[in-house]
Design a protein around this ligand. Sequence first.
Ligand code: NAD
Length: 262
Amino acid sequence: TSGQFSGKIAVITGAAGTIGLAVAEHLASLGADIALLDLQKDKLEDAATKVRQYGSTVRPYVCDVTDAQCVNSTTEQVVSDFGKIDFLFNNAGFQGAFAPIQDYPEEDFNRVIQINVCGAFHVLQAVARQMVAQKSGAIVNTASMAGVQGPPNMAAYGASKFAIVGLTQTASKDLAPHNIRVNAISPAFMGPGPMWDMQVEKQAKAKTQYFSTDPETVAKQMIGSVPMRRYGNISEIPGVVSFLLSDAASYMTGVNLPIAGG
Ligand code: NAD
Protein backbone atom coordinates (compact mmCIF):
# COMPACT_ATOMS: atom_id res chain seq x y z
CA THR A 1 0.00 0.00 0.00
CA SER A 2 1.06 3.60 -0.48
CA GLY A 3 1.11 6.09 2.36
CA GLN A 4 3.32 7.88 4.86
CA PHE A 5 4.19 4.59 6.60
CA SER A 6 4.36 2.41 3.52
CA GLY A 7 7.06 -0.27 4.03
CA LYS A 8 7.09 0.26 7.82
CA ILE A 9 6.46 -2.60 10.25
CA ALA A 10 4.60 -1.84 13.49
CA VAL A 11 4.18 -4.04 16.57
CA ILE A 12 1.15 -3.22 18.74
CA THR A 13 0.38 -4.85 22.12
CA GLY A 14 -3.09 -4.81 23.63
CA ALA A 15 -4.08 -4.69 19.97
CA ALA A 16 -7.49 -6.29 20.51
CA GLY A 17 -8.42 -3.53 22.97
CA THR A 18 -10.04 -0.18 22.29
CA ILE A 19 -6.94 2.02 21.98
CA GLY A 20 -4.69 -0.67 20.45
CA LEU A 21 -7.19 -1.40 17.68
CA ALA A 22 -7.81 2.30 16.96
CA VAL A 23 -4.05 2.89 16.61
CA ALA A 24 -3.64 -0.27 14.49
CA GLU A 25 -6.35 0.93 12.07
CA HIS A 26 -4.75 4.36 11.85
CA LEU A 27 -1.22 3.06 11.20
CA ALA A 28 -2.62 0.61 8.62
CA SER A 29 -4.47 3.48 6.93
CA LEU A 30 -1.07 5.21 6.60
CA GLY A 31 0.31 2.09 4.90
CA ALA A 32 2.14 0.28 7.72
CA ASP A 33 2.19 -3.52 7.97
CA ILE A 34 1.16 -4.60 11.44
CA ALA A 35 1.83 -7.33 14.01
CA LEU A 36 -1.07 -7.39 16.46
CA LEU A 37 -0.34 -8.89 19.91
CA ASP A 38 -2.95 -9.64 22.55
CA LEU A 39 -3.95 -12.18 25.15
CA GLN A 40 -7.52 -12.64 23.88
CA LYS A 41 -7.47 -14.88 20.80
CA ASP A 42 -11.01 -14.28 19.49
CA LYS A 43 -10.94 -10.51 19.93
CA LEU A 44 -7.52 -10.51 18.29
CA GLU A 45 -8.81 -12.35 15.19
CA ASP A 46 -11.68 -9.83 14.92
CA ALA A 47 -9.22 -6.95 15.25
CA ALA A 48 -7.00 -8.44 12.51
CA THR A 49 -9.99 -8.69 10.17
CA LYS A 50 -10.81 -5.02 10.77
CA VAL A 51 -7.24 -3.80 10.30
CA ARG A 52 -6.79 -5.83 7.08
CA GLN A 53 -9.48 -3.69 5.43
CA TYR A 54 -6.86 -0.97 4.96
CA GLY A 55 -4.94 -3.25 2.60
CA SER A 56 -1.65 -3.76 4.42
CA THR A 57 -0.27 -7.04 5.77
CA VAL A 58 -1.63 -7.81 9.23
CA ARG A 59 -0.75 -10.79 11.42
CA PRO A 60 -2.22 -11.65 14.85
CA TYR A 61 -0.03 -13.17 17.60
CA VAL A 62 -1.52 -14.47 20.83
CA CYS A 63 0.96 -13.45 23.52
CA ASP A 64 0.79 -12.82 27.25
CA VAL A 65 3.14 -9.90 27.92
CA THR A 66 3.73 -11.07 31.51
CA ASP A 67 5.52 -14.13 30.08
CA ALA A 68 9.00 -12.95 29.03
CA GLN A 69 9.74 -16.16 27.12
CA CYS A 70 6.55 -15.83 25.11
CA VAL A 71 7.34 -12.17 24.38
CA ASN A 72 10.85 -13.09 23.18
CA SER A 73 9.69 -15.95 20.96
CA THR A 74 6.81 -13.88 19.55
CA THR A 75 9.19 -11.02 18.77
CA GLU A 76 11.48 -13.48 16.94
CA GLN A 77 8.47 -14.81 15.03
CA VAL A 78 7.45 -11.25 14.05
CA VAL A 79 10.95 -10.53 12.74
CA SER A 80 10.97 -13.80 10.83
CA ASP A 81 7.53 -13.00 9.33
CA PHE A 82 8.09 -9.30 8.54
CA GLY A 83 11.90 -8.99 8.37
CA LYS A 84 12.24 -6.07 10.81
CA ILE A 85 10.40 -3.85 13.35
CA ASP A 86 10.25 -0.09 12.75
CA PHE A 87 7.59 0.91 15.30
CA LEU A 88 6.40 -0.36 18.67
CA PHE A 89 3.17 0.76 20.34
CA ASN A 90 3.66 -0.78 23.79
CA ASN A 91 0.11 -0.50 25.02
CA ALA A 92 -1.28 -3.62 26.76
CA GLY A 93 -2.66 -2.67 30.15
CA PHE A 94 -5.06 -3.49 32.95
CA GLN A 95 -6.84 -1.06 35.27
CA GLY A 96 -7.30 -3.24 38.37
CA ALA A 97 -9.43 -2.55 41.43
CA PHE A 98 -10.65 0.76 42.82
CA ALA A 99 -10.16 0.98 46.59
CA PRO A 100 -8.36 3.23 49.04
CA ILE A 101 -4.83 2.05 49.75
CA GLN A 102 -5.64 0.58 53.18
CA ASP A 103 -8.19 -1.74 51.52
CA TYR A 104 -6.47 -2.29 48.17
CA PRO A 105 -6.32 -6.06 47.36
CA GLU A 106 -2.71 -7.24 47.30
CA GLU A 107 -3.35 -9.87 44.64
CA ASP A 108 -4.74 -7.22 42.35
CA PHE A 109 -1.79 -4.93 43.03
CA ASN A 110 0.61 -7.67 41.92
CA ARG A 111 -1.43 -8.46 38.81
CA VAL A 112 -1.53 -4.80 37.68
CA ILE A 113 2.22 -4.41 38.20
CA GLN A 114 2.89 -7.71 36.36
CA ILE A 115 0.92 -6.65 33.29
CA ASN A 116 1.51 -2.89 33.15
CA VAL A 117 5.12 -2.72 34.33
CA CYS A 118 6.80 -6.12 33.87
CA GLY A 119 4.83 -6.76 30.67
CA ALA A 120 5.75 -3.38 29.19
CA PHE A 121 9.39 -3.99 30.16
CA HIS A 122 9.47 -7.44 28.51
CA VAL A 123 8.10 -6.04 25.23
CA LEU A 124 10.32 -2.95 25.33
CA GLN A 125 13.41 -5.10 25.90
CA ALA A 126 12.65 -7.72 23.24
CA VAL A 127 11.79 -5.15 20.56
CA ALA A 128 14.66 -2.82 21.56
CA ARG A 129 17.15 -5.67 20.98
CA GLN A 130 15.87 -5.99 17.41
CA MET A 131 15.88 -2.21 16.88
CA VAL A 132 19.45 -1.92 18.25
CA ALA A 133 20.53 -4.54 15.70
CA GLN A 134 18.78 -2.51 12.97
CA LYS A 135 20.16 0.79 14.34
CA SER A 136 16.73 2.41 14.06
CA GLY A 137 13.25 2.44 15.53
CA ALA A 138 10.56 4.46 17.29
CA ILE A 139 8.60 3.40 20.36
CA VAL A 140 5.51 4.79 22.06
CA ASN A 141 4.51 3.48 25.49
CA THR A 142 0.97 3.95 26.81
CA ALA A 143 1.17 5.65 30.20
CA SER A 144 -1.82 7.59 31.59
CA MET A 145 -2.57 10.82 33.42
CA ALA A 146 -2.72 8.40 36.40
CA GLY A 147 1.06 8.25 35.92
CA VAL A 148 1.40 12.02 36.17
CA GLN A 149 -0.82 12.71 39.20
CA GLY A 150 -1.79 9.77 41.41
CA PRO A 151 -5.58 9.42 41.30
CA PRO A 152 -7.51 8.35 44.42
CA ASN A 153 -8.39 4.63 44.79
CA MET A 154 -5.98 3.48 42.05
CA ALA A 155 -2.80 2.60 43.95
CA ALA A 156 -1.64 -0.13 41.58
CA TYR A 157 -2.65 1.52 38.34
CA GLY A 158 -1.17 4.89 39.32
CA ALA A 159 2.09 3.31 40.47
CA SER A 160 2.26 1.24 37.27
CA LYS A 161 1.80 4.26 35.03
CA PHE A 162 4.37 6.34 36.95
CA ALA A 163 6.66 3.38 36.25
CA ILE A 164 5.89 3.62 32.52
CA VAL A 165 6.93 7.27 32.52
CA GLY A 166 10.17 6.24 34.26
CA LEU A 167 10.79 3.36 31.85
CA THR A 168 10.21 5.75 28.95
CA GLN A 169 12.76 8.25 30.26
CA THR A 170 15.42 5.62 30.98
CA ALA A 171 14.86 3.70 27.72
CA SER A 172 15.05 6.96 25.77
CA LYS A 173 18.53 7.57 27.21
CA ASP A 174 19.71 3.96 26.80
CA LEU A 175 18.49 3.79 23.20
CA ALA A 176 19.36 7.30 21.94
CA PRO A 177 22.87 6.17 20.88
CA HIS A 178 21.20 3.49 18.73
CA ASN A 179 18.98 5.89 16.77
CA ILE A 180 15.85 4.72 18.63
CA ARG A 181 13.35 7.19 20.10
CA VAL A 182 11.12 6.29 23.05
CA ASN A 183 8.14 8.45 24.02
CA ALA A 184 4.88 7.98 25.93
CA ILE A 185 1.28 9.14 25.70
CA SER A 186 -0.91 9.84 28.69
CA PRO A 187 -4.62 9.69 27.92
CA ALA A 188 -6.96 10.83 30.69
CA PHE A 189 -10.74 10.31 30.65
CA MET A 190 -11.67 8.67 27.35
CA GLY A 191 -15.18 7.74 26.25
CA PRO A 192 -17.92 6.99 25.62
CA GLY A 193 -18.05 3.25 26.18
CA PRO A 194 -17.50 0.47 28.69
CA MET A 195 -14.18 1.83 30.01
CA TRP A 196 -15.70 5.17 30.84
CA ASP A 197 -18.79 3.57 32.43
CA MET A 198 -16.68 1.12 34.44
CA GLN A 199 -14.42 3.86 35.75
CA VAL A 200 -17.36 6.00 36.80
CA GLU A 201 -19.13 3.08 38.50
CA LYS A 202 -16.02 1.86 40.30
CA GLN A 203 -15.15 5.34 41.60
CA ALA A 204 -18.74 5.66 42.88
CA LYS A 205 -18.54 2.26 44.61
CA ALA A 206 -15.18 3.12 46.22
CA LYS A 207 -17.09 5.60 48.48
CA THR A 208 -14.45 8.25 49.12
CA GLN A 209 -14.58 12.00 49.63
CA TYR A 210 -13.31 12.58 46.11
CA PHE A 211 -16.35 11.32 44.25
CA SER A 212 -20.09 10.94 44.78
CA THR A 213 -21.57 7.48 45.35
CA ASP A 214 -23.92 8.17 42.43
CA PRO A 215 -22.30 7.22 39.09
CA GLU A 216 -24.08 9.99 37.14
CA THR A 217 -22.73 12.59 39.54
CA VAL A 218 -19.26 11.00 39.35
CA ALA A 219 -19.35 11.41 35.56
CA LYS A 220 -20.18 15.12 36.01
CA GLN A 221 -17.43 15.52 38.62
CA MET A 222 -14.85 13.94 36.33
CA ILE A 223 -15.81 16.03 33.31
CA GLY A 224 -15.97 19.12 35.53
CA SER A 225 -12.29 18.61 36.41
CA VAL A 226 -11.27 18.81 32.72
CA PRO A 227 -10.58 22.32 31.36
CA MET A 228 -12.17 21.37 28.01
CA ARG A 229 -15.26 20.11 29.92
CA ARG A 230 -15.61 16.84 28.03
CA TYR A 231 -14.00 13.44 27.92
CA GLY A 232 -11.68 12.56 25.09
CA ASN A 233 -12.78 10.41 22.18
CA ILE A 234 -10.70 7.32 21.35
CA SER A 235 -10.27 8.82 17.86
CA GLU A 236 -8.23 11.62 19.44
CA ILE A 237 -5.41 9.21 20.36
CA PRO A 238 -4.09 7.57 17.14
CA GLY A 239 -2.90 10.81 15.50
CA VAL A 240 -0.74 11.60 18.52
CA VAL A 241 0.81 8.12 18.39
CA SER A 242 1.53 8.31 14.65
CA PHE A 243 3.06 11.77 15.15
CA LEU A 244 5.44 10.45 17.83
CA LEU A 245 6.36 7.45 15.65
CA SER A 246 6.92 9.60 12.55
CA ASP A 247 9.91 11.65 11.43
CA ALA A 248 7.91 14.78 12.32
CA ALA A 249 8.97 13.94 15.90
CA SER A 250 12.58 13.10 14.94
CA TYR A 251 14.08 15.32 17.70
CA MET A 252 11.66 14.17 20.42
CA THR A 253 12.55 11.40 22.85
CA GLY A 254 11.79 10.69 26.52
CA VAL A 255 8.65 12.81 26.31
CA ASN A 256 5.27 11.95 27.86
CA LEU A 257 2.48 13.70 25.94
CA PRO A 258 -0.80 14.22 27.83
CA ILE A 259 -4.03 13.65 25.86
CA ALA A 260 -6.18 15.10 28.56
CA GLY A 261 -8.23 18.12 27.47
CA GLY A 262 -5.97 20.56 29.34
P1 NAD B 1 -8.74 -2.36 26.78
O1 NAD B 1 -9.06 -3.17 27.99
O2 NAD B 1 -9.78 -2.14 25.75
O3 NAD B 1 -7.45 -2.97 26.05
C1 NAD B 1 -6.37 -3.54 26.74
C2 NAD B 1 -5.92 -4.77 25.96
O4 NAD B 1 -4.76 -5.30 26.59
C3 NAD B 1 -6.98 -5.88 25.95
O5 NAD B 1 -7.27 -6.29 24.64
C4 NAD B 1 -6.33 -6.99 26.76
O6 NAD B 1 -6.65 -8.29 26.29
C5 NAD B 1 -4.86 -6.70 26.56
N1 NAD B 1 -4.07 -7.31 27.63
C6 NAD B 1 -4.33 -7.27 28.97
N2 NAD B 1 -3.43 -8.01 29.62
C7 NAD B 1 -2.58 -8.53 28.70
C8 NAD B 1 -1.46 -9.39 28.76
N3 NAD B 1 -1.03 -9.87 29.93
N4 NAD B 1 -0.83 -9.72 27.61
C9 NAD B 1 -1.28 -9.26 26.43
N5 NAD B 1 -2.34 -8.44 26.31
C10 NAD B 1 -2.99 -8.09 27.42
O7 NAD B 1 -8.21 -0.97 27.35
P2 NAD B 1 -7.66 0.32 26.57
O8 NAD B 1 -8.38 1.47 27.10
O9 NAD B 1 -7.60 0.09 25.11
O10 NAD B 1 -6.19 0.37 27.17
C11 NAD B 1 -5.01 0.42 26.41
C12 NAD B 1 -3.95 1.13 27.23
O11 NAD B 1 -4.35 2.48 27.46
C13 NAD B 1 -3.71 0.53 28.61
O12 NAD B 1 -2.32 0.55 28.89
C14 NAD B 1 -4.46 1.48 29.53
O13 NAD B 1 -3.91 1.47 30.82
C15 NAD B 1 -4.21 2.79 28.82
N6 NAD B 1 -5.13 3.90 29.14
C16 NAD B 1 -6.45 3.82 28.86
C17 NAD B 1 -7.28 4.89 29.16
C18 NAD B 1 -8.75 4.84 28.88
O14 NAD B 1 -9.49 5.65 29.40
N7 NAD B 1 -9.20 3.94 28.01
C19 NAD B 1 -6.75 6.04 29.73
C20 NAD B 1 -5.39 6.10 30.00
C21 NAD B 1 -4.59 5.03 29.68
